[in-house]
Write a protein that binds this ligand. Structure first.
Ligand SMILES: [Zn+2]
Length: 330
């Protein structure tokens, strides 16, 4: 799991430019699937034939991460940017970032703005001394994100950028390898553009028309400094989602997940996320709808370059997912 997370968090994959991670996943999962393809939007759809073809299961984890897009370059060579996805300017300032073409820069904040910083108060210094010089390296529309930075903390805890949702991708990828014969025809989908409004999973779900669907994504924790009241804690196991701002999960799916966790001795906790949505929604409401649920990984400091998780939770999530895939949803 750790090696997969390391590989996936190292890939460039800002929303709309997920092809590098998509290629990596395709290559890696090809030997474990009956077919694997990339659709028009860029979603990777890895298919595994089930014992029975009477039902279809779709699993979604998103490949994209939040980042910046170049809007203009000023006369001093500073790169002006806008956000791609939910950027918190405090979380994102004074970081090293990397563009798709390899150019590096640092994000700095205009401190003449005394409070209430906005993304427009952030600029990127790529070391250029003029607009002309900067334009040799970056252009309007170029995307960038923090450089890969995986750090091992105490015990089995790690910090890295984009664990939202490379960790979900890693869990789905390991599960795709471990689930020898799925109960149903199963589609492991690695989606695009989740961070800008759950956009990739919608056409993917429309194409598949699943009966059951499971998203794998991160969730906040109540034990983060300054957190809202929330029962989810880092290290307390896989979080089974009841609700977030985008979805009320199918009670049937929640019960199936809880029973599966109990039967197999998998540590779990129940989750209600008050702010934030997931691909669960698009899968639930596409076509004539599906029984939709979500396995969430407890994560501190979401959308910062130091998102922090416990590998034990990630392993519990993988075990829960793989057991549901192989034993079926009941
Ligand atoms: Zn996410």
């Amino acid at each position: 799991m750790y090696e997969t997370i390391k590989r996936y968090t190292s890939a460039f994959s800002v929303s709309g430019r997920e092809k590098y991670l998509a290629n990596l996943i395709c290559e890696e999962l090809k030997p474990y699937t009956d077919s694997i393809k990339v659709d028009a939007m860029g979603n990777v759809i890895a298919f595994k034939k089930g014992k029975s073809s009477a039902k279809k299961l779709m699993i979604a984890s998103h490949m994209d991460e939040i980042g910046f897009i170049v809007t203009a370059i000023d006369d001093n060579g500073y790169v002006r940017v806008s956000n791609v996805g939910g950027i918190n300017p405090i979380y994102s300032s004074y970081q090293t970032v990397k563009f798709e073409n390899g150019t590096k820069g640092v994000t700095v904040i205009d401190t003449s703005v005394k409070k209430d910083y906005k993304v427009k108060d952030l600029v990127i210094d790529i070391g250029a001394s003029s607009k002309k010089e900067a334009m040799k390296k970056v252009a309007v529309g170029d995307l960038c994100a923090p450089v890969a930075n995986l750090t091992r903390l105490m015990g089995k805890r790690i910090a890295a950028k984009a664990l939202d949702d490379r960790l979900g991708c890693a869990i789905a990828s390991v599960s795709c390898k471990n689930a020898k014969t799925p109960a149903y025809d199963t589609y492991y989908v690695f989606t695009v553009q989740e961070e800008v409004g759950l956009r990739g999973s919608l056409p993917a779900a429309f194409g598949i028309m699943p009966d059951y669907s499971i998203a794998i994504d991160v969730t906040a924790t109540g034990d983060t400094v300054g957190a809202k009241a929330m029962e989810v804690k880092l290290g307390n196991g896989a979080a089974i989602k009841l609700m977030d701002s985008s979805v009320i999960c199918s009670q049937f799916m929640v019960d199936s997940m809880v029973n599966c966790a109990k039967r197999n001795g998998i540590k779990y906790q129940l989750e209600i996320l008050e702010g934030g949505g997931t691909d669960t929604r698009s899968m639930q409401v596409t076509g004539s709808g599906s029984h939709a649920g979500c396995i969430s990984i407890p994560t501190r400091y979401i959308h910062s370059p130091v998102e922090t998780i416990d590998l034990k939770d990630a392993e519990a999530c993988e075990k829960l997912l793989t057991t549901l895939v192989t034993e079926g949803i009941e």
